[in-house]
Design a protein around this ligand. Structure first.
Ligand code: SAH
Ligand code: SF4
Length: 359
């Protein structure tokens, strides 16, 4: 059985059943999977790691996803929005530290004033840095018009996780209404591509009701969508959410972590030149989680540069790390960790996905 799984690794492309077998691989087959993903990474994206300074701009959210700690129905957190000055200070920190880019992330909000506000922040950042600091947005589903406005104001990339590519499972994870429609989320991904963004998506791994067959389909979904970037990580339960009731049915944290590493490795083998993030959720389960993800095939890290005073209020899941670590400390500790994983930080480079450039 194990030998048969090892032989799958020699195939030029993987079927759904191949992916299921590899996601369930243990022992020698699992080791070989990681050896292969490491060599694919070395050959195609090299040893450089790109930093994206993560700005958790606001925890206000109009949605109510069943897994997320900052869902609108949760009254525990004080809702905040960073001031323009705080955003500029964070962007300046990233620019002066020679990070190639930043990510502005928030709960999902809309409305004319909000759209204008983001556009004006983008223009300001562009002006201050002479267009040298690239910006990724992760602000949820928006209209085509909004995506276009933000693109024209200077955003280059957009992260919108499909969360789970199977429509039936997606529905179990979200309230049944138009605001949480699978079809709309999928359409948003197509609109982003049409507008010209480098498009990133991803899923949570180890969700209630999710099987390795779902995860295999998620990988095929990424390939078929021809994505430029991926951000995937383990699902981590949050006590103020409806999905918390299924906590006894979940895979153990360690297994969710291992599956996440396998997902990174498999995606690296399948999509050799895309950017793959080593996500914070991986570090939440294992203190060296991000370094392990780099070894498995990831090449992007998103150090948190949100002002510390807001971090306790941006708890998408429990036990989020680095809540009291200022951006500068975070940077020093990360550099050391990355060199332990055998990679080096590419300062002063945008680190656009080579995949996007080729298209
Ligand atoms: N509101 C935007 C961006 C912020 S949420 C959006 O939803 O697209 C960013 C990501 O956090 C989500 O895409 C989701 O994958 C992740 N997330 C939310 N709750 C989580 C949980 N309990 N465990 C792990 N990741 C979670
Ligand atoms: Fe809001 Fe995003 Fe959390 Fe859903 S995942 S509740 S859209 S912040």
């Amino acid at each position: 059985m194990n030998k048969a799984t090892e032989r799958i690794l020699e195939k030029p492309s993987f079927s759904r059943d191949d992916l299921i077998a590899l996601l369930e691989a243990e022992g020698e087959a699992k080791k070989k999977l990681f050896t292969l993903s490491q060599s694919v990474k070395a050959e195609n994206v090299g040893k450089k790691v790109y930093f994206r300074g993560l700005i958790e701009y606001s925890n206000a959210c109009s949605k109510n996803c069943f897994y997320c700690g900052i869902r609108s129905a949760n009254r525990r957190y004080q809702r905040y929005r960073m001031t323009d000055q705080e955003v500029m200070e964070a962007a300046d920190f990233a620019f002066e530290s020679h990070y190639g880019s930043i990510v502005i992330q928030a709960g999902e909000q809309s409305g004319k004033m909000y759209v204008n506000k983001i556009a004006s922040l983008l223009r300001n950042i562009h002006q201050r840095t002479g267009g040298k600091l690239h910006v990724t947005l992760s602000l949820g589903e928006q209209t085509e018009e909004t995506y276009r406005r933000w693109f024209e104001a200077g955003a280059h990339r957009y992260l919108l996780r499909i969360e789970e590519s199977d429509p039936v499972l997606y529905e179990k994870l979200h309230p049944a209404n138009q605001r949480h429609s699978y079809q709309k989320r999928l359409e948003a991904l197509h609109l982003l591509r049409k507008t010209g963004y480098q498009v990133g998506t991803g899923v949570m791994i180890g969700l209630p009701f999710q099987t390795t067959a779902h995860l295999a389909n998620d990988l095929l979904f990424f390939r078929d969508l021809d994505i430029d970037m991926a951000g995937m990580g383990p699902y981590i339960e949050h006590q103020d959410t409806p999905l918390y009731q299924y906590r006894d049915q979940l895979l153990p944290l360690k297994t969710r972590f291992d599956l996440s590493l396998k997902m990174v490795a498999l995606l690296r083998i399948m999509m050799k030149d895309i950017n793959i993030a080593a996500t914070t959720a991986m570090q939440t389960i294992d203190p060296q989680g991000r370094e392990k993800a780099l070894l498995a095939g990831a090449n992007v890290i998103m150090p948190n540069i949100t002002p510390v005073k807001y971090r306790e209020d941006y708890l998408l899941y429990e036990n989020k790390p680095c809540l009291d670590e200022e951006a500068a400390e975070c940077r020093t500790c990360l550099e050391a960790r990355i060199s332990m994983a055998g990679d080096t930080v590419a300062y002063g480079e945008w680190g656009d996905s080579a995949h996007y450039a080729k298209r």
